[in-house]
Design a binder for this molecule. Structure first.
Ligand SMILES: Cc1ncc(COP(=O)(O)O)c(C=O)c1O
Length: 398
């Protein structure tokens, strides 16, 4: 069968680069190759017992049927409490939609807000999926370069605004850079959104993974006016190591949430009932396991950064959140190994995988050519071995 018979919209964006690398690593591992996987964007910790036990109880008591499309009232109330307590955001349970992961929540928000011909600003480097989601909605992604330290470049954002600008998608703490946007910069961004009348989709999935006394600030908390034009997205994958439970949510004014529910009702019906019970357990139970995980991530971040500083010609902006470091390896591009020239960050990722058995994600996937993303969601032993192998592989380039 020819690909001509498949839908044209699929040709407008590429497959997830992170997913493609994940699959290649899986193949190599299945073939018996030991791979040091610094590519994976998920915590290597177990889901907290509070969530697991609530999930097990849901199964054992037969809470295994469809829930309402927007999620159980119990979970939406627990989320509303969390948003008030942690973020100073006041949302009623009917202004929240529970989704199968933050990913689906962002897609729902994009589909609810954007039409053909709209433009959506995306500060880069950015997570791989925003561009594809905007494209699928028929809108045009407009990448806007951030400052060298990956903070928001508000002047560049303002310059990129046109009468077609419909929304901006922001992610703080940021994947892939680990940058945490300051309250001041978020207030200035909110001012632009009000002045030029566009929506904000705030991806706060890494909110809890934050270090160095930095404080996460939710842009929707700036004012009533800003709240009305913001969709706040969060989930359970990162803070509670629940990637496989597939649970996230969006909070926004009621008409946006109603549109998202309409879409979800035709596509997924609802998130898993068992996962929703587990999420209530995660939110209402002890936060000790999460706090312990954050402490360990901080130690690993410190280790990876200090180790990277020892590698000649590699530079990076110190990440303050999430579990990634975006390392600038551009000074190695143009060098050769066994007659083959490493030209792009993708070449570099392939070189590191093939020769050092270290898996990283090329920065080109995030709009940051010349860099590679290292995830420190790994044990210290794996991190140490990976950085040793990477250093010697870089040293072999001529
Ligand atoms: C920035 C960002 N947003 C959203 C997601 C999706 O999270 P979920 O597992 O809740 O769909 C990810 C996952 O990698 C992410 O990195």
């Amino acid at each position: 069968m020819s690909t001509k018979e498949l839908a044209g919209r699929l040709k407008k964006f590429g497959a997830s680069a992170t997913g493609a690398i994940h699959n290649k690593v899986n193949e190599l591992q299945q073939a018996g190759q030991q791979i040091l996987s610094l590519n994976v964007g998920e915590p290597d910790f177990d889901t907290p017992a509070t969530a697991k036990n609530a999930g097990i109880e849901a199964i054992q008591t037969g809470f295994t049927k469809y829930t309402s499309t927007n999620g159980t009232a119990e979970l939406r109330e627990a989320i509303a409490e969390k948003l008030w307590k942690d973020n100073g955001l006041q949302y009623r349970a009917d202004e929240i939609c529970v989704c199968t992961g933050a990913k689906q929540a962002i897609f729902g928000a994009v589909m609810a807000i954007c039409d053909e011909g709209d433009e959506v600003l995306i500060p880069i480097p950015s997570w791989v999926s925003y561009t594809a989601m905007v494209t699928l909605a028929g809108a045009t992604p407009v990448p806007v370069l951030s400052h060298a330290d990956y903070s928001l470049d508000l002047a560049a954002i303002e310059t990129a605004i046109t009468p077609r600008t419909r929304a901006l998608i922001l992610c703080t703490p940021n994947n892939p850079s680990g940058a945490v946007y300051s309250e001041e910069s978020l207030r200035a961004l909110a001012e632009l959104a009000v002045k030029y009348d566009f929506f904000l989709i705030a991806d706060e999935i890494y909110e809890k993974l934050i270090y160095d006394g930095c404080r996460h600030f939710s842009i929707a908390s700036v004012s009533r006016e800003v709240r009305e034009r913001t969709v706040t997205v969060n989930g359970f994958s990162k803070a509670y190591a629940m990637t496989g439970w597939r649970l996230g949510y969006a909070a926004a004014r009621k008409d946006i949430i109603k549109a998202m529910i309409k879409l979800q009702g035709q596509i997924t019906s609802c998130a898993s009932s068992v996962s929703q019970k587990a999420a209530v357990g995660a939110l209402r139970g002890s936060q000790e396991e999460m706090n312990r995980m954050v402490g360990i991530f901080r130690e690993r971040r410190d280790f990876v950064c200090s180790r990277l500083r020892q590698i000649p010609h590699v530079s990076f902006a110190q990440p303050h959140g999430a579990f990634y470091v975006l390392a600038d390896i551009s000074r190695y591009l143009g060098k050769q190994y066994q007659g083959k020239t490493i030209i792009t960050s993708l070449d570099m990722a392939e070189y590191l995988l093939d020769t050092a058995h270290v898996a990283v994600v090329p920065g080109s996937a995030f709009g940051a050519e010349g860099t590679i993303r290292l995830a420190y969601a790994n044990s210290m032993e794996v991190l140490a071995a990976a950085l040793d192998a990477m250093e010697s592989a870089l040293g072999r380039l001529e």
